[in-house]
Design a protein around this ligand. Structure first.
Ligand code: NAI
Length: 344
C-alpha cells in the first residue's frame, strides 16, 4: 500500500516510518499541503495522509477520486478541513479520534500558568540578568472559576487538572458528559452563566457552524472584566478582531492562543526575518498579555506515536478488511439513509 503524505514535518517521519514498515505501508513524504494545486502529486497512490491545514475540498476530492486514490487518512481528530458531504460515496475518510487528550489539556494549563504568572516575561528578563520583579504580579488559580466549553476527551482532562489546582469548574456542552459534574466543584450550566461567572474560559469544542466565532463581540461583553481566554481547539472559535478590541479595552485580561483563524498559511513555518502581513496576528502577538503558540498543543512524543500507530492501523484495516472503526461518514440526506450505519 502506498500513501502520499502531505504537510510533512521532520517530527512526523520516524514514527510513521517505523509503524509503516511493520504494516507493509510505504509513505512518500511531501512538504507541501494538499490543495487543488498539489493534488496531482497523489497520482499512483492508494491514499493520502493529511493534517489540520490541508484542504480536502470538493475539487480536491473529485480529483483524488478521478485518479483512483481511495483513502483520506486524517492524522488528527478534527475534520473541519474535509468536505464530508462531498466525500460520501467517493472516498473513505478516517481519522485519529484521540491520541493524547493529556497533551492538549496540559498545554492549555501550561499556557494559563505562563500567562497568569508572567513566566514569558520573567524568562526574558532573567536571560538578560534583569532580576527585577516589577510588573510580574500574577494571581492564584486556587479558588478561581474556570469555564470549560466542550467537555469531551480534552475538556474533561483539562477540568480534572483545574480541579487539582483547587479551581471551580463551570462547564457547557451540547451533550453533557455523564459523571463529569460532581455536584460540588464541577457543574454544568448555560453559556450565559459561564460567560458571566468565569475568571478563565477554555475552549474544547469542535468548530462547527454553531461554534464559529463563539468568542465574539457579543459574548465577550457578557464576560467578567479581566477574563483570560484560552483556545487550544480551533482558531475560528474566536473572532480575533473582537478579541483584540476586548484586549485593548481591558475587558480581556489575557489570551492564550494555540490556534488562530488564519493560521493555515502561517503556522508550522518559519517567518522570522519576514514582514508579517497579518496585522491582527502581529498586534495580538505584540500584546504583553497574549501568548501565541503555533498549534503545538498536540506535540508530545506520546501523541506523535499514537497518531502514527492509529493512522497506520486505520490504513491496514481498510487494506485487509475493507473497513475501519475510525471511518467518518456524512450522508448528505441524513444518517437514517446511510447504508453503512456509520453516519453522524
Ligand atoms: P471530543 O469530540 O472528545 O469533544 C468535543 C466536545 O465538544 C464533545 O463533548 C461535544 O459534545 C462538544 N460539543 C460539540 N458541539 C458543541 C457545541 N456547539 N457547544 C459546546 N460543546 C459542543 O473532542 P476532543 O478530542 O476533546 O477535542 C476537542 C477539540 O480540540 C477538537 O475539536 C479539536 O478541534 C481540538 N484539538 C486541538 C489540538 C491542538 O493541537 N491544538 C489537538 C487535538 C484536538
Amino acid at each position: 500500500m502506498k500513501i502520499a503524505f502531505f504537510d510533512t514535518k521532520p517530527y512526523d517521519i520516524p514514527a510513521f516510518d517505523r509503524y509503516g514498515a511493520e504494516a507493509g505501508i510505504e509513505f512518500k513524504y511531501y512538504e507541501t499541503k494538499l490543495n487543488p494545486d498539489t493534488v496531482d502529486l497523489a497520482r499512483g497512490f492508494d491514499g493520502v495522509c493529511v493534517f489540520v491545514n490541508d484542504s480536502v475540498t470538493a475539487p480536491v476530492i473529485d480529483r483524488l477520486a478521478e485518479m483512483g486514490v481511495g483513502y483520506v487518512a486524517l492524522r488528527c481528530a478534527g475534520f473541519n478541513n474535509v468536505d464530508m458531504a462531498h466525500a460520501h460515496g467517493r472516498l473513505h475518510v478516517f481519522r485519529v479520534p484521540a491520541y493524547s487528550p493529556y497533551a492538549v489539556a496540559e498545554h492549555a494549563m501550561a499556557l494559563l500558568l505562563t500567562s497568569v504568572r508572567r513566566i514569558h516575561k520573567a524568562y526574558i528578563r532573567t536571560k538578560d540578568f534583569n532580576f527585577s520583579l516589577n510588573g510580574l504580579t500574577g494571581f492564584d488559580l486556587h479558588g478561581k472559576t474556570v469555564g470549560i466549553i466542550g467537555t469531551g476527551r480534552i475538556g474533561r482532562v483539562f477540568g480534572d487538572i483545574c480541579r487539582g489546582f483547587g479551581m471551580k469548574v463551570l462547564a457547557y456542552d451540547k451533550f453533557p458528559a455523564p459523571g463529569f459534574a460532581d455536584g460540588e466543584n464541577v457543574r454544568y450550566t448555560t453559556t450565559d452563566e459561564l460567560f458571566a461567572k468565569s475568571d478563565i474560559i477554555s475552549l474544547h469544542c469542535p468548530l462547527t457552524e454553531e461554534t464559529y466565532h463563539l468568542i465574539g463581540k457579543e459574548n465577550l461583553e457578557k464576560c467578567k472584566t479581566g477574563v483570560v481566554i484560552i483556545n487550544t481547539s480551533r482558531g475560528a472559535l474566536v473572532d480575533a478582531e473582537a478579541l483584540l478590541a476586548a484586549i485593548k479595552s481591558r475587558k480581556v485580561g489575557g489570551a492564550c492562543l494555540d490556534v488562530y483563524e488564519e493560521e493555515s498559511d502561517l503556522f508550522f513555518r518559519d517567518f522570522s526575518g519576514h514582514i508579517l502581513e497579518d496585522d491582527t496576528l502581529a498586534r495580538l502577538i505584540s500584546m504583553p498579555n497574549v501568548i501565541v503558540t503555533s498549534h503545538q498543543a498536540f506535540l508530545t512524543e506520546e501523541a506523535l506515536d499514537n497518531i502514527a500507530a492509529t493512522t497506520v492501523g486505520n490504513l491496514a484495516a481498510f487494506r485487509d478488511k475493507g473497513q475501519c472503526p475510525n471511518e467518518l461518514c456524512y450522508y448528505p440526506t441524513g444518517a437514517a439513509d446511510c447504508k453503512n450505519g456509520k453516519c453522524f
